[in-house]
Design a protein around this ligand. Structure first.
Ligand SMILES: Nc1ncnc2c1ncn2[C@@H]1O[C@H](COP(=O)(O)OP(=O)(O)OP(=O)(O)O)[C@@H](O)[C@H]1O
Ligand SMILES: O=P(O)(O)OC[C@H]1O[C@H](OP(=O)(O)OP(=O)(O)O)[C@H](O)[C@@H]1O
Length: 213
């Protein structure tokens, strides 16, 4: 990877994924300095690996990669499906594991035209459309579990990891749309132009994942 080629720009999500992704990169021999873990810096050069990490809000990672300001990026499958950008999905990193589910109150009853609150309007609309169910989707930006509790929505579509949030708010999971893990994605042009570096990174990450399995 230190073949003197162009620096590989990596869009790295801040928050939940960073902890697990930085651990995986370090296990794969990519030396992200530990002192960046609590840093507010947004661009982290790692010249030893000929890489540069761009610290992004998770939902923005596919946009950076589609526009090519990052060659590759790490993003949850949930965000990847919702954002629907023109990027290559290269590798399932198996980290930040959770699931996308339909959730409601325990006294759930069929509703003719239910209101569904979610951070993922595209994913939710497609899911209900494919099932021939007419719903009104309401986009929220967080604390999605509030919606059925305060009468804003009949159902929500949201992430479940441990189930703690549902339990503490008296909600139940009804259907799972899909399992979520983080993925390595690439810009289409970068994938051709920086193929050796990207392929080498993929191989190192794959080997590390295989060794852990
Ligand atoms: N319990 C969880 N809830 C939500 N996402 C999770 C969970 N566990 C893992 N993830 C994954 O982590 C990704 C990023 O989650 P995180 O909470 O850091 O981002 P966010 O909520 O979009 O960020 P922000 O709070 O900055 O808006 C999600 O897109 C998903 O793929
Ligand atoms: O099953 P659990 O382990 O309880 O995790 C699921 C919760 O975590 C996420 O919320 P997050 O912490 O990102 O907060 P926000 O969506 O309200 O910003 C998600 O939207 C659920 O609310």
């Amino acid at each position: 990877m230190t073949d003197g080629g162009a620096v590989l720009k990596v869009a790295m999500p801040k928050g939940r994924i960073y902890k697990q992704a930085s651990k995986l990169f370090r296990q794969a021999g990519l030396p992200i300095p530990e002192d960046f873990d609590d840093s507010r810096r947004l661009i982290i050069p790692v010249p030893e690996a000929n890489m540069e990490f761009i610290m992004a809000k998770p939902v923005d990672v596919p946009t950076y990669v589609e526009y090519g300001v990052a060659d590759i990026g790490i993003v949850g499958k949930d965000v990847l499906m919702e954002e629907n950008k023109d990027v290559y999905e290269l590798l399932d990193l198996g980290i930040a594991r959770c699931r996308m589910s339909v959730i409601g109150l325990p006294d759930w009853e069929p509703v003719i035209h239910p209101r569904v609150a979610t951070k993922y309007p595209r994913v939710a609309s497609q899911y209900f459309r494919e099932r021939g169910q007419q719903v009104e989707v309401i986009k929220l930006n967080g604390s999605i579990e509030l919606a059925p509790l305060i009468g804003l929505a009949d159902r929500i579509v949201d992430m479940v990891e441990t189930g703690k949030t549902l339990e503490e708010n008296g909600l139940v999971e009804r259907e799972t749309l899909f399992q979520v893990t983080s993925r390595l994605i690439a810009n289409r042009v970068s994938y051709r132009m920086q193929n050796a570096a990207i392929q080498s990174l993929c191989d190192r990450l794959s080997d590390t994942l295989a060794a852990k399995a």
